[in-house]
Write a protein that binds this ligand. Structure first.
Ligand code: CP3
Length: 360
């Protein structure tokens, strides 16, 4: 028990002090070394599919901050790309896909093609595992079926999810076939990452917060539950973290019904409610507002202390409520880590952090 990595101990239900920490999108454009690697690789997808580059950018934030977990550098959209859908990234606009329009496009998607196409991703996982420090855990990840389907149907980011919702409300059998294919593909993708060395997995349902309850259950909760069951059937000891961003009160249903080990809280989830309602069932992860990290200073310190103060009585992993923003000053991340692990304390609110032994 004592040799367990702090991040895995928290996921296993222990209260760990100081709390283990990693940040969603911890590798990315806020780091000058990431921008340099990306330039050298040529494009974002070249970074994802060249194992040496993917390993390098995964390690960059660990070298600076000594996070308790590494997360594979990749993207949720490699799954539709591997299944055969065209994918490209436009500078300043984000991902673009050739949108699925009907049955024929669905039929053309291929699981064996994905297995083959994503080999470089699994090689990157093995490379990262070989390179990280002993106390650091490796997280694999995938998008949840609904979030990935939304990109596949809209052809990119969306404000109202009109196409996805019209499939769900108008032709639910057809939408179910797409979701079922994504359940299979996602479970397979996560299992391949686990075989290659991932020690925990996180499923990102970034757009879970757009549905009426009945449809949230059918298109978000049930698919994440099905994937969790499939992953656990093959790998019973691998913890599963679910991130149903924007789920509000339905976080409770996820924590109690999905069979996961942890839920990742978005920024709007009230801390006291999470401690009382969710933490007795699962480990909670989160939920600093990425804009508070960008702001820095006393506002950052206060927010960190409040989160830690409310959630550290139970199993807890410190994280953001959503991905780190490209304009975040890297020194604000250093300040956050010092605040969590003890060290200089320049708080104006009189709270002091406990000093903790420095990590390697
Ligand atoms: O957390 C990590 O460090 C691991 C890497 C990771 C990326 N994307 C790298 C990335 C992870 C876990 C993701 C998940 C992801 N990708 C999600 C779910 C989480 C979330 O943020 O809601 C979604 C919805 C995507 C799809 C996606 N990929 C979008 C919408 C964009 C464009 C937005 C942006 O930030 O530019 C991407 C590109 C992307 N994925 C970048 C990175 C580092 C930026 C690419 C670049 O220009 O260098």
């Amino acid at each position: 028990m004592t040799d367990q990595k702090p991040f895995l101990a928290a996921l296993a239900g222990q209260s760990v002090s100081p709390p283990p920490v990693w940040l969603m999108r911890q590798a990315g454009r806020y780091l000058p070394e990431y921008r340099a690697s990306r330039k050298e690789a040529g494009s974002f997808l070249d970074l994802c599919y060249t194992p040496d580059f993917a390993v390098e950018v995964t390690l960059q934030p660990l070298r600076r901050y000594g996070f308790d977990a590494a997360i594979l550098f990749s993207d949720i959209l490699v799954v539709p790309h591997g299944l055969g859908q065209k994918l490209w990234f436009v500078e300043g606009e984000g991902p673009k896909l050739e949108a699925l329009t009907g049955e024929a496009d669905l039929e053309a998607l291929s699981l064996p093609r994905m297995e083959e196409a994503l080999q470089p991703v699994y090689q990157a996982v093995a490379g990262i595992k070989a390179a990280i420090p002993e106390s650091t855990a490796l997280i694999g990840f995938a998008g949840a079926p609904w979030t990935v389907a939304s990109y596949m149907l809209e052809g990119g980011s969306s404000k109202d999810f009109a196409t996805g919702k019209s499939w769900a409300y108008g032709t639910p059998e057809r939408f179910q076939r797409l979701i079922d294919l994504l359940i299979e593909a996602t479970a397979q993708h996560l299992s391949r990452q686990i075989v290659a060395g991932a020690e925990a997995v996180q499923i990102f349902d970034s757009w879970a917060g757009v549905w009426p309850e009945r449809h949230f259950r059918r298109w978000c909760l049930e698919p994440m539950k099905a994937i969790t069951a499939k992953v656990k059937a093959a790998h019973p000891d691998i913890p599963v973290i679910l991130f149903p961003r924007g789920a509000g009160l339905l976080y409770e249903a996820v924590a109690k019904e999905a069979g996961c080990d942890a839920v990742s809280l978005d920024t709007t989830v009230p801390l006291g409610w999470a401690a009382k309602t969710l933490q007795p069932h699962v480990c909670v992860q989160g939920n600093l507002d990425p804009l508070q990290l960008m702001a820095g200073g006393a506002e950052l310190d206060r927010a960190v202390d409040e989160i830690v103060g409310t959630l550290s009585g139970g199993p807890f992993v410190f994280n953001l409520g959503h991905g780190i923003l490209p304009k975040t000053p890297p020194e604000h991340v250093s300040r956050l880590i010092e605040r969590l692990r003890g060290g200089s304390n320049t708080a104006e609110n009189g709270l002091s952090t406990q000093s903790a032994p420095a990590t390697a």
